[in-house]
Design a protein around this ligand. Structure first.
Ligand SMILES: C[S@@+](CC[C@H](N)C(=O)[O-])C[C@H]1O[C@@H](n2cnc3c(N)ncnc32)[C@H](O)[C@@H]1O
Length: 262
């Protein structure tokens, strides 16, 4: 059920063609160094390239994560902390959020925002790998992750880890870019995403690489139906998703089964 290539011909950019290492260690080093190298421009480019939509998508993801009885939330691959902060704002003073990431430069930008917002008592940043989280089983009421799944070397393993650290009955919420399906919308979107975005990125960071990687990381990423089945295979139940802006992004939600669910 791979995605059809060709419309807008954006799909020509792949991680293989960009020379991203295939082995886990090499890929993680590449991803970590790349995000650290753009950390100073990351938030600005997110707002610009998504026309501010990323903010609304994170708000929607935070709302889906913060149901009744949710107080402790882990934001995996938190980067500059925007989703962690959004979750903390939504939880209010009862909430405690931990953001975990392996790119320390990204987290440094996040820490400055946390300080500026006076949220240091509620949001903590921890260095760590999403594929081997430094937390015990069931330590959190919910886990969130935004724009990270495309970057991990082992997608099933990533969701198994998210599932592991959430208590039974808790939610795992994944916000990620996706593949719009209406043909005309997809064609327009791919023209923008695969052709304009790399140019705008180059303009702002002064070199090519990261903003070729961004569309390249989407090309072979599973469509929403397949992503839902990856999450279900990782042991999450009642997996569902909603599409944002005609499928440019998708928010998936899965639940950690209660023992009685089998
Ligand atoms: C596109 S950024 C998303 C940041 C943030 N979640 C947001 O909403 O803007 C992807 C982040 O995932 C992190 N990342 C990728 N793979 C990771 C892994 N295996 N463990 C921890 N962090 C990872 C990168 O360091 C980067 O900060």
């Amino acid at each position: 059920m791979g995605r059809q290539r060709g419309v807008g011909d954006g799909a020509a950019l792949t991680l293989d063609k960009l020379g991203v290492p295939k082995d886990r260690e090499g890929r993680e080093r590449y991803v970590r160094e790349m995000f650290d190298s753009i950390s100073h421009r990351y938030d600005l480019l997110n707002r610009l390239l998504s026309f501010g939509q990323d903010v609304l998508w994170r708000k929607a993801a935070a709302a889906l994560a913060c149901g009744d009885g949710v107080e402790r939330v882990l934001d995996v691959a938190t980067g500059t902390g925007d989703l962690a902060l959004e979750v903390a704002r939504r939880l209010g003073s009862r909430g405690r959020v931990v953001g975990v990431d392996f790119a320390l430069g990204m987290m440094r930008v996040g820490l400055a925002k946390i300080e500026r917002e006076g949220m240091a008592a509620r949001v903590r940043m921890v260095g760590g790998n999403g594929l081997a989280l430094p937390f015990g089983d069931g330590a959190f009421d919910a886990a969130t992750t935004a724009f990270a799944a495309r970057n991990v070397a082992d997608l099933p393993g990533f969701f198994r880890e998210l599932r592991r650290v959430v208590r039974p009955g808790g939610r795992v919420v994944c916000l990620e870019l996706s593949h719009p399906s209406p043909a005309l919308w997809r064609w327009l979107y791919e023209l923008y995403f695969y052709h304009a975005v790399p140019r705008i990125g180059r303009l702002f960071i002064g070199r090519s690489g990261p903003y070729e990687y961004l569309p390249g990381s989407l090309t072979d990423f599973p469509d929403p139906v397949r992503l839902a089945s990856v999450m279900a295979a990782a042991g999450l139940s009642r997996v569902r998703y909603r599409l944002e802006l005609g499928g440019i992004a998708a928010i998936h939600v899965g639940e950690v089964p209660q023992p009685a669910d089998g």
